[in-house]
Design a protein around this ligand. Structure first.
Ligand code: ADP
Length: 629
C-alpha cells in the first residue's frame, strides 16, 4: 500500500518498509525537496508571470524549479506562430499568431491550395505544348514545333516557384501541448536563442529558398507564454544578454540573420511574440557576469531566491529524503526499490555530506548519483531490493574525482615519504585541507627558523597561493608566540613550505598547523608525526571552527595517522564512516596551548606547555589583550 508522507515530529511516523511504499507526487513542484521558500516564490511568480533569479550551488534543484514553473502556467494561452512571405518586400517576412493547434491546419490548407494551382498549371502546360506539337506536326514543321514546345516549357517552368512561395511556415508549433513550454537555453548562442535566418547562396539569383522559409525561430519565441530557463547566465555574451533584455521588455523580437556576412542578415521578419518568463540561475559568482540592467529587470519585475544547500535533520525532512529516493528510483526506471536500511544509509550519507551539525544535504543531484550507483550494483546482483550493503559498496565505487585524486595523492606521498606518520620531527606538521567539495587531504607543512639576516627585522618566507595564508597565520600568532614563549619572531627569518601541495587545496584552515610548525621550529621541540591537525587560529590564540572536518579526519586515518586535533566547536560535525572509527583518535582543542600540548613531544615540551598554561591562567579567557596595542 502506498503512503502519502505527512509532516510529523515523531520517529514512529516512518510508515514505509521500502521506497516502493512511498507515493511519488505527480506534479514536479511537489517533488522538490527542502526548498520550501523557493517553491513558494515559484508559485507566486507563476501566478503573476514574474521573472525569477535562482542563486545556489549546483544540483540543488534550480532547473527542476524552473521546469515546475512551466507546469504551473496556464496552457490555454498557448499560440502557434506562422511566418508568411511578404510579396511587397520579400526581405521582411510577415508574422501571424493563432491559437495553438491551428497553425498546422493553415499550412496544410495553403499547401493543398498550392498543389491545386500546381496541378492546374501542369495541365495547362501539357495542353499548350500538346497543341503546339499537334499544329506543328499538321503543318509538317516538325523541327519548329519541337523548338517552340521546348521554349514554352522552359518559360512556364520559370513561373512555377512563385506559387509555392505562398505557403507560410510554421515557426512555433504548440499543437497538443498540455503544459506551457519549458525551454532550457543554457549555453545557447545568439542564433539559437534569438532566432536566425539561414544563409542562402543562390539568393541573389532569385533561384534560392524564399526568405520566409529560411526564418528559424529562437528559444525566446518557442518559450512564448512559457518559461525560458538559462543556467550560468553570467557566461552569456553581454550583447546577447542585452538583446534578451530587449526581448523581455518588448515581449516581441524580430528575427534576423545573426551572421553579418550571411545573406540571412538582409532579412528581418516582423516582430515575433516572445512573452516568456525568464528563470535565470547560477552560483553567486554568476552575478558578476550578469548584465546590470537584466539583473535589475528581474529585481524590479520578479524575485531573487537564494537556494539552500542543506536542511535540518528532522524526522519530517528524513521522510522527504525518503520520498526523494523513491522519486529517483521511479525516474530511473531500471533500478530496484530501496529497503528501509538502504534508505537509512542514504540518510547517513546525506548527513555526512551536509558536513554540519544536525543537517541533511540538499545537493541532491550528487545524492541521486549515489542512489543510482547503489541501484546498479543491486541490479547487477539481480537483487529484489537495494540493501544497505549495496549503498556502502556504491559509496566506495562512486567516489568523486576529487576523492580519487586525494586517494592517489596519499599513496604517492606515502611512497615518496613526503610525510611521516610516526616519530617526532622539528618544524614538520601534518596539516589537513579540503579539495573540491568535501574530500580531505593531508597537507604536510615544514617550517625553518634562522636568525634574521636583516638587522631591522626578520622575514617570513612562504611561496605559492598558500604562502599568503601562511604569512598571515605567522603574523597573527607572532604576538602569541612572544607572549607564550618569550621568543621574538622578528629576530628570525622564517621559511614555510607546503610540501607538494595539490593545486586545488583550500588552505585557510591551516593556520593552526602553520603556527604549530613555527613554534616547533623556533623552540626546537619536535612535533609528533602521528598527529594531524586542522583549525583556524584567532589572534587571541583560540582555535576557531573550520569546514570539512569529516573528510579531513578520514584522510588522516587513510594516511595512517593515529590522532587528529580538531576545533572543539567542530565536534558535532564529525560523521566519519564506521570503518575509520577504531583507526583514529579525535581530540577536540580550544586553544593554541591545547594544540601544542597534544602535538609536541620531547624534552622541551613540558616547560613550554607549563609556561603557556601559567600565562593563560593569568589572563582570563577571551580578554587576552590585543598584542599589537
Ligand atoms: P541545478 O539546476 O540546481 O543544478 P537540477 O534541478 O538540475 O539542479 O537537479 C538535478 C537533479 O537532482 C534533479 O533532476 C533531481 O533528480 C535532483 N534534485 C536536485 N535538487 C532536488 C530537490 N530539491 N528535490 C528533489 N530532487 C532534486
Amino acid at each position: 500500500m502506498k503512503t502519502t508522507i505527512k509532516a510529523s515530529n515523531s520517529e514512529d511516523s516512518v510508515a514505509y518498509e521500502t521506497s516502493e511504499d512511498i507515493e511519488v507526487p505527480d506534479r514536479l513542484v511537489d517533488q522538490i525537496i527542502g526548498q520550501e521558500e523557493a517553491v513558494e516564490t515559484i508559485k507566486k511568480a507563476a501566478r503573476q508571470r514574474r521573472n525569477v533569479l535562482l542563486i545556489g550551488e549546483p544540483g540543488v534543484g534550480k532547473s527542476m524549479l524552473a521546469q515546475s514553473m512551466a507546469e504551473l502556467l496556464p496552457p490555454e494561452e498557448l499560440q502557434d506562430i506562422l511566418v508568411y512571405p511578404n510579396l511587397e518586400d520579400s526581405n521582411n517576412p510577415l508574422i501571424g499568431a493563432l491559437p495553438a493547434g491551428e497553425g498546422k491546419q493553415i499550412v496544410m490548407n495553403h499547401k493543398a491550395k498550392s498543389k491545386g494551382q500546381e496541378e492546374k498549371k501542369n495541365m495547362f502546360m501539357i495542353l499548350i505544348i500538346g497543341l503546339i506539337l499537334v499544329i506543328g506536326f499538321m503543318l509538317q514543321q516538325y523541327f519548329v514545333a519541337i523548338i517552340a514546345a521546348g521554349i514554352v516549357f522552359l518559360a512556364l517552368n520559370q513561373m512555377r516557384p512563385k506559387t509555392t512561395v505562398m505557403v507560410p511556415k510554421l515557426l512555433v508549433n504548440n499543437e497538443n501541448k498540455k503544459i506551457a513550454p519549458f525551454i532550457d537555453a543554457t549555453g545557447a548562442h545568439a542564433g539559437a536563442l534569438l532566432g536566425d535566418v539561414r544563409h542562402d547562396p543562390y539568393q541573389s539569383g532569385g533561384l534560392g529558398t524564399p526568405a520566409h522559409e529560411r526564418v528559424e525561430s529562437g528559444m525566446i519565441h518557442r518559450s512564448h507564454n512559457g518559461v525560458l530557463y538559462i543556467d550560468e547566465i553570467g557566461t552569456m555574451k553581454m550583447r546577447t544578454q542585452q538583446e534578451l533584455l530587449t526581448a523581455m521588455q518588448e515581449g516581441m523580437y524580430s528575427i534576423t540573420g545573426q551572421s553579418e556576412t550571411s545573406s540571412g542578415a538582409m532579412v528581418r521578419s516582423q516582430a515575433v511574440p516572445c512573452d516568456f518568463v525568464l528563470v535565470a540561475s547560477g552560483n553567486i559568482q554568476v552575478l558578476e557576469g550578469m548584465h546590470i540592467a537584466l539583473r535589475s529587470r528581474i529585481r524590479g519585475y520578479g524575485y531573487e531566491v537564494y537556494m539552500k544547500d542543506s536542511m535540518q535533520d528532522t524526522p519530517e525532512n528524513r521522510q522527504k529524503l525518503a520520498q526523494f529516493v523513491a522519486q529517483e528510483v521511479k525516474k530511473d526506471g531500471r533500478i530496484p526499490h530501496f529497503s528501509k536500511e538502504a534508505m537509512d544509509e542514504i540518510m547517513l550519507e546525506a548527513q555526512r555530506r551536509a558536513g554540519k551539525k544536525d543537517s541533511l544535504t540538499l545537493k541532491l543531484r550528487d545524492l541521486g548519483g549515489l542512489v543510482r550507483a547503489a541501484g546498479d550494483i543491486a541490479k547487477g546482483e539481480a537483487a529484489d531490493y537495494v540493501t544497505m550493503d549495496h549503498v556502502v559498496k556504491a559509496k566506495k565505487l562512486a567516489r568523486t574525482l576529487e576523492q580519487q585524486i586525494a586517494d592517489r595523492y596519499i599513496v604517492q606521498k606515502k611512497k615518496y615519504r613526503v610525510f611521516q606518520s610516526e616519530g617526532g620531527q622539528i618544524g614538520s606538521v601534518n596539516g589537513l585541507a579540503i579539495i573540491g567539495d568535501r574530500s580531505g587531504i593531508l597537507l604536510p607543512i615544514a617550517a625553518e627558523a634562522a636568525p634574521a639576516q636583516s638587522k631591522q627585522e626578520g622575514r617570513i618566507i612562504a611561496t605559492g597561493k598558500l604562502g599568503e595564508i601562511a604569512k598571515e597565520a605567522v603574523q597573527n600568532v607572532s604576538a602569541l608566540i612572544k607572549k607564550h614563549t618569550g621568543t621574538d619572531i622578528s629576530n628570525y627569518d622564517i621559511h614555510i613550505q607546503f610540501l607538494q601541495a595539490y593545486e586545488g587545496v583550500e588552505g585557510d584552515s591551516a593556520s593552526v598547523s602553520v603556527a604549530t610548525a613555527v613554534v616547533s621550529a623556533l623552540e626546537e621541540i619536535p612535533v609528533d608525526q602521528s598527529v594531524a591537525l586542522t583549525g583556524s587560529l584567532s589572534i587571541r590564540g583560540y582555535v576557531l571552527p573550520v569546514g570539512g572536518v569529516t573528510g579531513k579526519i578520514e584522510a588522516a586515518a587513510e594516511a595512517g595517522i593515529k590522532k587528529v586535533l580538531i576545533p572543539k566547536s567542530n565536534m558535532q560535525d564529525v560523521m566519519i564512516e564506521s570503518r575509520y572509527k577504531d583507526k583514529i583518535e579525535i581530540i577536540p582543542v580550544e586553544t593554541l596551548s591545547d594544540v601544542l600540548k597534544h602535538a609536541l613531544i620531547g624534552k622541551g615540551k613540558k616547560g613550554l606547555v607549563d609556561q603557556m598554561q601559567k600565562i593563560s591562567e593569568m589572563v582570563p579567557r577571551g580578554i587576552i589583550p590585543n598584542p599589537s596595542t
